[in-house]
Design a protein around this ligand. Structure first.
Ligand SMILES: Cc1cc2nc3c(=O)[nH]c(=O)nc-3n(C[C@H](O)[C@H](O)[C@H](O)COP(=O)(O)OP(=O)(O)OC[C@H]3O[C@@H](n4cnc5c(N)ncnc54)[C@H](O)[C@@H]3O)c2cc1C
Length: 547
């Protein structure tokens, strides 16, 4: 049962999330001298994709900025934006020394700090400590459910639940940053189960737009047993075999072929043995990716001599690209006073429709977090006296109970809805190799789930309240993803259409999407001429020091 006493708080800036993007946003806002509250679904410091393991960060030293920027631009296949790539690189490079000042110890080489990656739990512990030092109020175990809107349509705060106190909370705020991560559809990918796309639903209900949702299908390799740890690096030294032990290849010119595994898995079981790793490589990967070796340790398997079944786990928009559309350099969204950062925001400027994993996404979280936090603080300051006395209404609709958006008196089972969404989103046959017919078929099934989610959810306890809203968010994100995928009639980066197998140079646009019952897409053409950057070559196997 819920207690009656709802927590009521006020702030200048409310940040929703608890990963790197949220932590940087809250710190940047607090640095502008405003009052900041941060609300995390989990415990800030341990929740989200970064806290669970760690990230390589795109933070080259200045002499390499041009090279790295042009490589990233090329990877974005004419959809990335060079100016944004450059500003992310610069901001990240300038920011990492701050983390060191706050107490994080980067490894040293010849006496110099090497700030190219971080160990997630330690990084987030340092970030949490810094937030407390900066006067930021942290609400742990407090998933936000919906945004509050003022009469003029600007954002005025948010409402959520505090699990441990079994009560609702409301934070009235002059501006809000959505930094709640991406959406991995509860696939159990490491660190991603708090990432259920809640912010996308909140943003659209409040009048915001999404972008590049067709790039929401990133899959990552894992052992098929204890299948959660999606760390791909060690598998770069695997040889792959089928059930009968026949060699399957998997490499082109010594490089891992990204299309190999999904295609092989659609034909049958695939096994991997890390027998291409030299003793030197073994020593480095076991140290830098020790978490990837936990499944083997648990099962008492020697991955270098024994072959193990592997699978692909959906990480969705976490290492995909789609998210809330940002409309200017401060990471503002279309809703006045609402900002987006990290994986909650679309990363198309940085990655086009390709994955931003492996460095860019971590840099994006650091840089957009700060821009969004600063932008939100400035917006809140500009509201003048007593912004928190504005008349405000809650904007949540789907899965909220109390018949906010209900067209039926039926009750709905949030677990059945989640299973239904997963049945459309997980299979490689549907989400990796897309076609018009398969997308239409999935959209029809998702539409049925959407109708069901308009019923009355059970609302007996905090779990029911959180999970019914979560089921609505997952259904909404799945519909936006497939609706966008249906409308982009080409193959580009992670968006593969078997019925349109080529990249179409005439489809150089970002696809905006949104809508609740009635979905829409819009093409926003990129009018700048493509940048013809100098050709950069990437080594076929990463240098061992970079693992
Ligand atoms: C296995 C793996 C390896 C990766 N490796 C790399 C890499 O090497 N380099 C790289 O650049 N990127 C990498 N990534 C991606 C990178 O981890 C993310 O881009 C980064 O964590 C994004 O930070 P974030 O703060 O936006 O999201 P997250 O770190 O996911 O944090 C999201 C936070 O929001 C909270 N939240 C969610 N919903 C709500 C809600 N309703 N209310 C309140 N809080 C909410 C969550 O609890 C969580 O604290 C990897 C991802 C995975 C899964």
């Amino acid at each position: 049962m819920l207690t009656e006493n709802e927590l009521q708080l006020t702030a200048d800036v409310l940040v929703i999330g608890g990963g790197p993007a949220a932590a940087w946003a809250a710190w940047a806002a607090a640095s502008q001298g405003v009052k900041v509250i941060i609300a995390d679904k989990g415990f800030l410091g341990t929740s989200g994709a970064a806290a669970a393991s760690g990230n390589g960060v795109m933070a080259p030293s200045p002499e390499n900025w041009d090279k790295v920027a042009s490589e990233r631009y090329r990877a974005g296949k004419d959809l990335a934006n060079l100016r944004w790539i450059e500003r992310v690189i610069e901001k990240t490079w300038l920011s990492l020394p701050l983390v060191e000042k706050w107490g994080y110890r980067f490894p040293k080489e010849n006496g110099e700090s090497v700030r190219q990656s971080y160990y997630g739990p330690e990084y987030m512990r340092v970030m949490r400590k810094n937030l407390l030092r900066s006067g930021v109020q942290i609400l742990d175990q407090s998933p936000a459910l919906e945004l509050l809107l003022a009469e003029d349509g600007s954002v005025a705060g948010a409402r959520g639940i505090q699990r441990q106190y079994r009560r609702f909370y409301t934070v009235r705020a002059g501006a809000v940053v959505l930094a709640n991560g991406g959406c991995a559809f509860l696939s159990k990918a490491l660190g991603c189960n708090t990432n259920t796309g809640d912010g996308m639903l909140m943003a659209v209900e409040a009048g915001g737009e999404l972008s590049s949702m067709e790039a929401s299908n990133h899959y990552a390799i894992s052992t098929a047993f204890n299948a959660t740890v999606t760390r791909g690096v060690p598998f770069g030294w695997a040889s792959y075999t089928d059930e009968a032990g026949n060699e399957l290849g998997g490499y082109i010119n010594g490089r891992r072929d990204p299309a190999f595994l999904p295609n092989a898995l659609m034909k049958g079981s695939v096994y991997a043995r890390l027998d291409r790793a030299t003793p030197e490589v073994k020593a480095v990967i076991e140290k830098s990716h020790f978490i990837a070796f936990l499944p083997y340790k648990k099962a008492s398997i020697d991955p270098y001599t024994e072959r193990v079944p592997v699978t692909l786990i959906l990480e969705g928009t976490v290492r995909g690209t789609g998210g809330i559309r940002i409309i200017d350099d401060s990471c503002a969204t279309k809703v006045p006073g609402l900002y987006a950062a990290g994986d909650a925001a679309s990363r198309e400027f940085l990655a086009g429709l390709a994955s931003g994993g492996g460095g860019p996404n971590a840099a994006w979280a650091i840089s957009t977090g700060q821009w969004a936090g600063e932008g939100a603080a400035k917006f809140a300051k500009g509201l003048g006296a007593r912004p928190n006395e504005r008349i405000a209404r809650a904007s949540g609709q789907m899965g909220m109970g109390s018949a906010r958006h209900s067209s039926t008196s039926d009750t709905f089972d949030h677990e059945a809805i989640v299973r239904g969404v997963q049945a459309q989103m997980f299979p490689l046959e549907k989400n990796y190799l897309r076609s018009e017919q398969k997308l239409l078929d999935s959209l029809a099934k998702l539409e049925t789930l959407w109708q069901q989610a308009q019923g009355h959810p059970k609302q007996d306890n905090v779990r029911d309240i959180e999970f019914s809203r979560r089921a609505a968010a997952l259904t909404a994100v799945a519909r936006w993803a497939y609706f966008s995928a249906l409308h982009r009639t080409e193959t580009r980066s992670e968006h593969i259409r078997v019925d349109y197998p080529h990249t179409d140079p005439n489809q150089r646009y970002y696809q905006a999407t949104g809508g609740l019952d009635k979905l829409w897409v819009r093409r926003d053409w990129i009018t700048d001429a493509p940048v013809t950057s100098p050709l950069q070559t990437t080594p076929s196997t990463p240098a061992i020091s970079k693992l």
